[in-house]
Design a protein around this ligand. Structure first.
Ligand code: SF4
Ligand code: SF4
Length: 354
């Protein structure tokens, strides 16, 4: 294991950024985002970013290809990103698990080569959580937030609390002289990154106090009533009517969710060429999967049901019981009507469990 005095975090970021692009979570709670590092940019004091880390592998909008039509000739214009190498620092355990879920979708045959290139070029450096929020429930989904996966796992320990805010709003405190960043490489890519950083010292990480996770209000969530076995029972539940009644169809829950992966592909005529681009879509939208024959889910109830059935029933039924949720809590924080997967699972689970 390696370690670095937290007071040298800026130099550490500069050393990484000298070799490849570096993204860190920066900004205030509620709006924090993975941001390209530049001199002086501090790690956020917020536990998690507003939108998840999936943006770096599956961006909200991307150009896929272009076309130029001249008479009967069509010229194909390659507009794919060159595929820069980058380091994504400070990913929470829940977001890191979401990459496994996205991989099972985008890297299944036929592989999505746009996504695959970014996954291959990105080095994921996770940061263990020691101060979760009340909306967190990753532990109920078998994720250990204190030992996140990734190419490199990091822990900030010692000195002041890692989530104490400095005057400028960042993680690094004026009194961080006793605090260290501990780093462990977990893949060859991670090992190569750490070996390229001479300022790292050898060090052993102190033991972690995990008791805070036992006090989380959602730690005992029981989703054993879900999965593929009782699919039709859940599908036909009369509870959907009241659960979906107030849903605005705004799609916020899908856009902040690290595991949502629906997209649309559209062509845009710029006048000089046609750009084919991909953008996120939401199963909560009334025109989602709209076809010339009509809308297969014409009511908000059906669209709402689709989102939660996908995460709680359909995805696990085809992926060995794994749920399409990592317990990040973003939908609990962001839904304007306070509806979320915990409430849905609670209501349906209660009804369906004998
Ligand atoms: S569940 Fe909430 S966030 Fe999601 S579409 Fe409905 S109102 Fe919007
Ligand atoms: S469903 Fe909600 S809690 Fe689960 S991963 Fe998505 S945003 Fe996070």
């Amino acid at each position: 294991m390696k370690k670095l005095p937290l007071s040298q975090l800026n130099a550490f970021f500069a050393a990484i950024a000298a070799g490849q692009k570096l993204y860190i979570p920066a900004g205030d709670a509620g709006t924090a985002a993975f941001t390209p590092w530049r001199e002086g940019l501090e790690l956020t004091a917020a536990l998690n970013t507003s939108r998840s880390a999936k943006d770096l592998f599956f961006p909200q909008v991307e150009n896929l290809v272009g076309f130029k039509v001249t008479g009967k000739q069509i010229e194909v214009i390659e507009s794919r990103d060159p595929g820069e190498h980058f380091v994504l620092f400070g990913v929470c355990a829940c977001d890191c698990r979401s990459f496994d879920i996205l991989d099972k979708v985008f890297l299944a045959e036929p592989e999505d080569t746009y996504y695959k290139t970014r996954r291959e070029n990105g080095t994921v450096v996770t940061l263990a959580c020691t101060e979760p929020e009340e909306t967190c429930f990753c532990t109920a989904l078998g994720i250990d937030p204190t030992d996140p996966a990734g190419d490199v796992s990091c822990w900030v320990l010692g000195g002041q609390s890692m989530r104490s805010e400095s005057q400028s709003g960042g993680l690094v405190t004026e009194d961080s002289s006793e605090a260290y960043l501990y780093l462990r490489a977990k893949t060859e890519k991670g090992k190569a990154l750490l070996e390229s950083l001479p300022m790292l010292e050898e060090g052993e990480r102190p033991d972690l106090d995990k008791t805070v996770f036992d006090r989380l209000p959602l730690k005992g969530l029981d989703w054993s009533a879900f999965g593929g076995e009782r699919m039709m029972e859940h599908f036909r539940s009369p509870k959907w009517a009241s659960l979906a009644e107030s849903c605005l169809g705004c799609g916020t829950c899908t856009f902040v969710c690290p595991t949502c992966q629906c997209y649309d592909i559209k062509d845009f005529n710029t006048g000089s060429e046609i750009k084919r681009f991909r953008c996120w879509d939401s199963c909560m939208y009334s025109d989602f999967t709209l076809m010339s024959a009509g809308q297969p889910r014409p009511t908000q109830l059906e669209r709402f049901r689709q989102r939660f059935m996908h995460k709680l029933v359909y995805y696990p039924s085809t992926h060995e019981g794994e749920f399409g949720c990592v317990g990040c809590g973003r939908c609990l924080q962001k839904c304007p009507i306070s509806m979320n997967i915990v409430k849905v699972a609670g209501a349906l689970g209660k009804e369906e469990t004998p």
